[in-house]
Design a protein around this ligand. Structure first.
Ligand code: NAD
Length: 270
């Protein structure tokens, strides 16, 4: 007999609501992070928005001011562990219920031209920051538990584009971290999953596209091949990732844990 049998079902409106919750999103000033912040606000969550770009973060707040929720912004360079520790010191007493580790960079470099500084930068922002953010969340929210959503990438599951080895590696780390923490901390009240976006049109990807047009014809070819392979035949919109982040954040997905949710237009299935 399922747990819901014999009991009144929770109304859908309550399951999807984040009212009374606080959600921290990193990389909230642009693209997918900004879209997530918008949907979370619509669902009633108070917001904690983290980004290295102060101006864009302020602009993002302006856009969100129409929602009747509390918004706190934190100008943090997540590649710095001391800055992450300082952030959590500031959050003392107002720790989030939901943490979305979204901030990331995807710079391209030929594998044979890689150097330590390049690799370190990508790993610090895309992987190490996620690890330290998760550690702080689990340490400081032990009593109440919480939800963690880590943003990975299809590149971790199926490396497709050239010149993205450090990026793919960092996102493999994000997936492994997600699964390991899910196995270890599920019983302690944490629900932890990874979202796996495919190609999404964001300011970040648009900038890269401009660079590529100037520099590298080979990568243009792989971009075309990517689109040809896509069963839905188009790139994604940031809001399409945000909607799934909302599902993972709220009680609609109360039994979804330790998994990878691909939002990729079918790319990984093709
Ligand atoms: P974006 O470049 O549009 O936005 C990223 C945000 O992260 C920016 O606001 C930026 O200022 C912030 N950021 C970067 N470095 C930071 C740092 N050191 N400290 C704090 N903030 C920092 O990117 P996006 O396309 O929205 O991507 C968001 C996430 O989704 C990334 O983790 C990316 O790897 C992942 N992803 C994106 C796509 C895609 O096609 N857009 C596909 C798969 C995965």
């Amino acid at each position: 007999m399922s747990r819901s049998q014999g009991k009144e079902q929770t109304p859908l409106a309550k399951l999807i609501s984040l009212s009374g919750k606080t959600a921290l999103t990193t990389g909230a000033a642009s693209g997918i992070g900004k879209a997530i912040a918008c949907r979370f606000a619509e669902a009633g969550a108070d917001l904690q928005l983290v980004d290295v770009d102060k101006e864009k973060l302020e602009a993002c707040c302006g856009k969100l001011s129409g929602y009747n929720v509390k918004i706190d912004t934190f100008n943090v360079d997540l590649s710095s562990k001391p800055e992450i520790e300082q952030l959590w010191a500031e959050l003392k007493g107002k720790e989030p219920d939901v943490l979305v580790n979204n901030a990331g960079i995807y710079p391209m470099k030929k594998f044979l031209a890689l150097d330590e500084a390049f690799l370190k930068k990508v790993m610090d922002i895309n992987l190490n920051s996620v690890l330290w953010m998760c550690q702080n969340m689990i340490k400081t929210c032990r009593k109440k538990g919480g939800v963690i959503i880590n943003i990975a990438s299809v590149e971790a599951v199926m490396p497709f584009k050239e010149d993205l080895v450090p990026y793919g590696l960092s996102k493999v780390g994000v997936i492994t971290l997600t699964r390991a923490l899910a196995a270890e901390y599920g019983r302690q009240g944490f629900r932890i999953n990874a979202l796996v976006p495919g190609g999404v049109l964001t300011p970040g990807t648009k900038n890269i596209a401009k660079e590529i047009l100037k520099l590298n014809v080979g990568i243009i070819q792989s971009g075309l091949e990517y689109r040809q392979r896509l069963p839905l035949g188009r790139l994604g919109d940031p809001d399409e990732i945000a909607r799934m982040a909302l599902v993972l954040a709220c009680d609609l997905s109360s039994y979804v844990h330790g998994t990878l949710v691909a939002v990729d237009g079918g790319f990984l299935s093709a």
